[in-house]
Design a binder for this molecule. Structure first.
Ligand code: GUN
Length: 307
């Protein structure tokens, strides 16, 4: 049993005895594979009952190579677990109206439970108009104001995939949340804000930090659970970490050497943290697993299977 299950006090006792070990690695890739296996069983069972599989429309606009890779991974994961996922690729020249039309088609399509428009969109497209057009019950990204409102109210609704994936990872690794001090670095609508609200809804004491926060390291050092979602490669070093803390690295950027880098200096921080997610192989695969969970939740809702 590692530190993630034993907690900070145990870590400190071991340190006093000179018996520190490296942080537990929270293997999101392996966990996501386990979850995909469970999803495949669930989908096979429910598809028989409902008479159709769940459906997810992933809409890709333009030629951004990173977006193409992300979307290919999402569609592949859908096919692997038995979710119907048609390819919708629109040219970079697609107008806002053309994208709205595609969304309207899928809003009406009873074979489609979830709609995701991959971001970023080309700069000529009215992004807010596009995201608002997705029916809230098919909004598997959780970006629609109706779903954001439910999250603020602590009511059930569709929640952004990355932050929901972080909560799933903490739960599966039995890392307690209630009563803990969580510090979220980043205030984006995709990660930081929903992450803070999810942690708050699970009874953590939550601090949100951002680019204007003074003495960020001192704030971060208060964290039992530190979520780094600032998008600055390898900025979080040992000075930001309370010994034994759980460190969740949401950052992902490609270095000049072509390698993927997180926001956390992994080799340095793992010597002081209690548990840590790697990049790659941490939160990235959990985001995709959660997209499929959201799609299955929307499907169950459309099929009248939710209480
Ligand atoms: N681009 C990068 N992350 C995301 C995400 O979570 N959802 C969508 N739609 N696009 C993204």
């Amino acid at each position: 049993m590692g530190y993630s299950e034993r907690g900070n006090q145990e870590w400190q006792k071991d340190q006093e005895k000179g018996q520190t070990t490296m942080a537990d690695i929270l293997d999101g890739k392996a966990l996501a594979a386990t979850i995909h296996g469970e999803q495949a069983e669930k989908v096979a069972f429910l598809s028989k009952k409902v008479g159709r599989p769940p459906g997810l429309a992933v809409i890709l606009v333009g030629d951004d190579p990173a977006s193409h890779t992300y979307v290919a991974n999402k569609r592949k994961a859908c096919h692997r677990v038995g979710i119907y996922a048609p390819d919708i690729n629109l040219p970079a020249s697609a107008t806002t109206d053309a994208i709205l039309e595609a969304i309207d088609t899928f809003n009406r399509d009873p074979a489609i439970d979830g709609i995701l428009v991959q971001l970023p969109l080309p700069s000529h497209v009215a992004k807010d108009k596009v995201l608002l057009r997705i029916s809230p019950d098919k909004d598997v990204d959780g970006f629609h104001p109706a779903n954001l409102g439910l999250l603020v109210a602590g009511e059930p609704g569709l929640v952004a995939c990355t932050p929901r994936g972080v909560i799933t990872l903490l739960d599966r690794f039995k890392i307690p949340i209630a009563g803990k001090h969580a510090v979220v670095i980043g205030r984006s609508l995709i990660v930081g804000k929903p992450m803070a609200l999810l942690l708050l809804n699970r009874d953590a004491t939550v601090t949100i930090c951002h680019s204007k926060t003074s003495d960020l390291a001192a704030q971060a050092r208060q964290a039992d659970i530190l979520v780094a979602a600032l998008g600055r490669p390898e900025m979080i070093g040992r000075d930001y970490i309370k010994p034994g803390a759980t460190v969740i690295d949401v950052g992902i950027s490609r270095g000049t050497d072509g390698k993927l880098k997180g926001d956390v200096l992994f080799e340095e921080v793992r010597q002081i943290a209690g548990a840590i997610t790697p990049v790659p192989g941490g939160i990235g695969p959990m985001t995709i697993a959660t997209l499929l969970d959201n799609t299955i939740d929307a499907y169950r809702f459309h099929a009248g299977l939710t209480a």
